[in-house]
Design a binder for this molecule. Sequence first.
Ligand code: ZN
Length: 309
Amino acid sequence: MERYWQQLLDSNQIVLIDGATGTELQRRGVPMDKVAWSGAAVLTHPDIVRETHEDYIRAGANVITTNTFGSTRQMLGPAGYGDQVEVVHRAAVSLARQACDNAAEKGVAVAGSISTEPPAFDRGAFLSPDEELLAYQEAAGLLADAGVDLIALEMINETVHAARAMQAALETNLPVWLGVGCKKSGDGRIVSFDHLDLELATVLDALIPMGPTVVNIMHSEIAAIPEAIKLVRERWSGPIGVYPESGYFKKPNWKFVDVISPADLVTEALGWVAAGARLLGGCCGTNPDHIKALQAAMPELRAAMGARG
Ligand SMILES: [Zn+2]
């Protein structure tokens, strides 16, 4: 059990998370499945997955994320990998652990990613509520059994499916990182990343009481993040993380258009840290250079922390 990230937080240090996993695999040549996105890449391209993890560790990440965002039975089943859900989860954790063995000097934790995405990102294609909960329990149980250090719920953008995933994650008794996505609506409200009629505040009010260990503002629009941090702080006194997206998604591929430069990410991150964020990384569109830049700027980031305590 790797708790170095918790020691960093406990001593008011900054924790570096990795950058994108799925879109970075795409950038390195792994084809994205129309139904399960990067969900089966650990079977088809294990070396690229391992190397990507290693590059993030060498860039300075304290936490790397398994390539299991698209690997619940809900996504893998309709993609034709229904009989390989277990082997995918075990392979994903094994590749992350191998990367730690190969590249880590100290205490890199492995976060097991779970999303509530439906197959092909089609909201009409969710499993029935009972089957869906079982799919999250299966994924969380496999990740825990394979030895992840925490569960990272990612792209949590509403409250119904999210509550099922949260329940499944909490049942492992591992730390649960709640990752919410947001953007700014046309009229300036901070809303869910892909449900523009749903306020981020509503998502937070529904899920924070369930008991996460960390609240991450992730796969979010950079312009929305300062206000999103305020909304989280009003409701949550525990650790807050930020790992934004940059570019845009055109199913099933990421478009690396106007991706924020590593230097600009550092500039933004100085403000997030001053506002209270303690975990930093990148989501879709980012790569190891972004993490390297955050690591290189650690003295400035630490100094910015003091700006508001
Ligand atoms: Zn993302």
